[in-house]
Ligand binder design. Structure first.
Ligand code: MN
Length: 252
């Protein structure tokens, strides 16, 4: 059993070190992760420059690239063996609702969807408090991987896991959830560079808009680990008849 571990916070982040530690009781772990924080990188690939891979210690590799670069390399020729699954995290911060579109943590898991087992993206819902309970996120990952090994799920499933930032013993349990969604994000913040030219900071994500029953937001707010099954098919199937009708009579 070989598990590839990645993240978007960089290979030195506490979350990934904890994750490597907790999963090593279950499998042989390889870490391939960005050299620095690439949160918000989504599913981007680096195509204009070659990628270099560095080894920081046996079994831990870092890449000046995106989370998707890391997993893509790792499962497409970097090694002379195959991994069975990808576990990404433990991210410093939630990936709830629309966050999933921007998340490098989720992207790393998505890139591993063709391996033999479902993939996991694990995020700790840290707030402003200084020290997050990354050990809780790592333990949740271990528990879920153990369950996957004993009770396999369909391969190509992607599980987006969000963990309340509390000691493991204080978790209420696990809930299967759907993604909620957020209000639009806050406005960009304008500042000035030392030469008086305007620069902009992308503002924080908006507050939750749909945090109702069954959502990931609701589960985490009530102290449960949220587990959302994701799919890559973004097609809005219900809109197909309407779009087909709307296109009627147009000539190419
Ligand atoms: Mn991150």
């Amino acid at each position: 059993m070989k598990i590839l571990v990645s993240n978007d916070d960089g290979y030195r982040a506490e979350g990934i070190r904890r994750l490597r530690g907790s999963l090593s009781s279950l499998a042989e772990i390889t870490v391939v992760a960005p050299d620095r924080n690439r949160s918000g990188a989504s599913n981007s690939l680096t195509l204009d420059v070659p990628l270099r891979v560095f080894e920081s210690e046996p079994g831990v590799y870092y890449v000046p690239g995106t989370p998707t670069d890391c997993v893509h390399l790792a499962i497409s020729g970097l090694f002379d063996f195959e991994h069975d699954m990808v576990v990404s995290g433990v991210n410093d911060g939630p990936n709830l609702g629309d966050d999933v579109l921007y998340s490098g943590t989720v992207a790393a898991a998505v890139e591993g969807r063709f391996l033999g087992l479902p993939t996991l993206a694990v995020s700790l819902c840290t707030g402003s408090a200084k020290d997050g309970h990354f050990e809780t996120g790592a333990e949740v990952a271990r528990v879920l991987v153990e369950r996957l090994l004993k009770q396999p799920l369909e391969r190509a499933l992607i599980l987006n896991v969000n963990v309340p930032d509390v000691p493991f013993a204080q978790l209420k349990g696990f809930r299967a959830t759907r993604l909620g969604y957020r209000h639009r994000s806050e406005a960009v913040m304008q500042a000035q560079d030392p030469r008086g030219r305007p620069v902009y900071w992308v503002g924080p994500a908006g507050p939750e808009q749909d945090a109702g029953p069954g959502t990931d937001f609701e589960a985490v707010a009530h102290g449960y680990v949220s587990v959302t099954p994701l799919q890559v098919d973004l097609t809005r199937h219900a809109a197909l008849p309407q779009i087909s009708q709307w296109l009627d009579g147009l000539r190419g």
